[in-house]
Ligand binder design. Structure first.
Ligand code: HH2
Length: 300
């Protein structure tokens, strides 16, 4: 399946179209997670020094990862909020050091102020786990010509896992994502990716229902991102208490997502994902690399 994402300004690997600059790829691209936080649930503290973050980025890039998602604030259940200036201090040096590299830079932030600073420093894409609910976030993305990932979360990270409740989780989450996409596009955001938000205010049954219903979401007009990497649902399914041990379960979930038409999978073990997705693509005879994706070594 071929996916497209439109930017309002030139970005690495994008081709010019009448609507802007388009990134086009086939199969699921890998978004490598680069958390520069002390407290992320799986990789907290690992990339605190700039050099460690750049070494990790280089390794992912070398393995064929085409999008890096740089995060300066943990969103794990119960995480303490971080002031904008502190989040900027964490992400800006990494963005500046990587800007100009042949890779798309996404910034994982809930704050318009952080998004604005990150985009000025050279980021290309905003990943907002609050789904662009803040009109200021929509304005910042529109002004910078940056597409955004619109994610669903019930509640906020402090309380979201207390008692998640839905009458019909699939209808509610998909309806919310479509409404937020309309809102973002009408505010001038050039394009959106949609993400049902695995683990964000959801029980195991809610997560499984959303993953099973993925073909309904991927049949829509917007590319879909799935981020199940090392999340607790894998422990609940397969009894794996340590987050760092959950890569096999992550791969199973993300290969399922790719088969269901997901455009991007967000992963800690990014190199292993590139390899597994290439093998899966060969089995399903999807052409591996096309157009812009070929130049970027885009993952099938
Ligand atoms: N999950 C996390 C963070 N950001 N963004 C999107 N679009 N989708 C996700 O599923 C998602 C996300 C949580 O994972 P991680 O970054 O590893 O942990 P932490 O939030 O503790 O930094």
């Amino acid at each position: 399946m071929t996916h497209r994402l439109t930017f309002g300004r030139p970005v690495p690997g994008a081709g010019r179209t009448p609507r802007g600059w388009e990134w086009q790829w086939t199969g699921a691209a890998v978004m490598g997670i680069l958390n520069v936080t002390p407290d992320s649930f799986s990789d907290g503290g690992r990339h605190a020094a700039l050099q460690d973050a750049l070494t990790a980025a280089q390794a992912m890039r070398g393995a064929g990862v085409t999008i890096l998602d740089i995060g300066g604030e943990s969103t794990r259940p119960g995480a303490a909020p971080v002031p904008a200036h502190e989040e900027l201090d964490r992400v800006l040096p990494v963005i500046r050091a990587l800007s100009g590299a042949d890779v798309l830079l996404s910034v994982d932030t809930m704050k318009a102020e952080v998004a604005a600073g990150a985009l000025r420093a050279g980021a290309h894409l905003i990943n907002d786990v609050t789904g662009l609910r803040d009109p200021e976030m929509r304005r910042v993305c529109a002004d910078a010509g940056a597409p955004a990932c619109v994610m669903h979360m019930q509640g906020d990270p402090q309380t979201m896992q207390d008692a998640p409740h839905y009458a019909d989780v699939v209808a509610e989450v998909h309806g919310y994502l479509r409404a937020q996409a309309r809102e973002a596009l009408s505010a001038g955001v050039p394009d959106v990716l949609l993400d049902p938000g695995i683990g964000f205010g959801k029980t195991l049954e809610h997560n499984l229902a959303l993953l099973r219903a993925l073909p309904d979401l991927t049949a829509g007009p917007h590319p879909v991102l799935i981020g199940a990497s090392r999340k607790r649902l894998i422990d609940l399914i397969a009894q794996v208490p340590l987050a760092a041990d959950r890569d096999p379960g992550t791969l199973a979930l993300h290969l399922h997502a790719a088969r269901c038409g997901a455009a991007v999978v967000r992963a800690h073990a990014a190199a292993a994902h590139v390899q597994a997705l290439r093998v899966q693509a060969a089995l399903t005879q999807q052409p591996q690399m096309q157009a812009a994706g070929a130049r970027l070594g885009c993952d099938a």
